[in-house]
Design a protein around this ligand. Sequence first.
Ligand SMILES: [Zn+2]
Length: 496
Amino acid sequence: MKRVLTGRFMHETNTFSIQKTDMALWRRRDFHLGNEIPAAFRNTRSALGATFEAADKYGWVLVHPVSANANPSGIVTDDAFEQIGGMMLDAARQGPIDGVLLHLHGAMVVESYEDGEGELLARLRNILGSDVPIIVTLDLHANVTEKMAENASALIAFRTYPHVDQYERAWQGAELLERAMQGEVRPKTVIARRPMIYGLDRGRHQAGPMAELIARGETLEAAGEILVASACAGFSRANIRDVGPSVTVTIDMARGDARPHGQTIAEGFMDHAWATRDYESFKLLSVAEALARARDGKPGDKPLVVADYTDNPGGGGYGDATAFLKSLVEAGVERVAFHAICDPEAVMEGMRAGVGVPTTIAMGGKTDPRMGGGPLILTGEITHLTNGKFIAYGPMGGGLERDYGPSMVFRVGGIDIIAISNNGQAVDLAQFTSLGIDPTRYTTVCVKSMQHFRAAFEPIAREIILVDTGALCSEVYTPELFDKVRRPVWPLDDLA
Ligand SMILES: [Zn+2]
């Protein structure tokens, strides 16, 4: 019986956030140890769900010390990195381990390490030696480094944005791991990058350069020419040396040294990413423009879905920006459902007030009032209070439980404002329906998200627009903000 080490250690670090990601923040959401892990993930359409299925199929004994997936936020503390990473490394040390299938994000920045995953994989490789296959799935917003490519045997990134293929990518990794443990293949990964902070349309796979690279990679995989091709768009809210898009190609060393061939393929892919770096399929509206569109709605219309791109909790946004909500309240727009203000204090006040009693609450804008607007003093009534837990069955949900902490609906005029205690972007209709709100009955539905919301909300929308509220995830690129990035680099420098 092969013993396979698995687990999840996922964080997308927005280095501009003032919220350090410490153990308390890790434990608050999607954090499981040991035997809690099969209970939470078996029979779900998730990366770990696929891993358990693969273990059953291939007869692996799984070693699963920890599954941790914190909401994107600021730099990870050394303490949290050493505790969570340490659980995985301890399990590797105890051995014996025949293979590894880890689910990482690829954009984790730790106080002492800009490249959290590279550091973790280097330590793991040091313990296990060069012969044990280490297969890693990554988010397509990974900032992939040489160190990650060097220490993993294969890197397999998601190919969808919204990310709905974690399950398929984990299965791909499991099949490759089984072949590697059987000695059938010897995977090795090479990487190509260019001097660019962002590109590949931030990862949108429906059309454009990302679609092109994914199609090329899948053709080469199907032909057996390479084992894996992964294109990553990078995560650009990170002031680190190695921020930016990348392509990794995994070749089979059992067929001779195919590294030069893999490198040529990866460089060709990145030539395309470089040539198309200006390509953007999305357009951000100002608050005034988005408000005007919201005022156009008529009773009975399907919802206009307005996404606050810049306060996206999925990109490290604080989730409490108030700029667009303020404009809706001041304009008296009606039939609006607003997700969400992350504000545990406001929820506590709402719980003290209780349902149906007129009350005044200071909402949102508390984490950093410079980013997307300060607190709003609002008078209204609480219409729903919940513990914030439900099972997500939407396209990105996989049947997993979600926990947004104590939550409420605060009705102010014609606007139903959802307030939550655990930050998270809107990706599932149950984030509304679990609070008694049927979003299809509203003329305007507001969410905080860049792209993931589309999986669940596009089917109910009459139209989708994106708004820039000036919050933390604004697309601002200046040499001052990005002073740790390798130079020269586009768009900071003029590169022909
Ligand atoms: Zn992502």
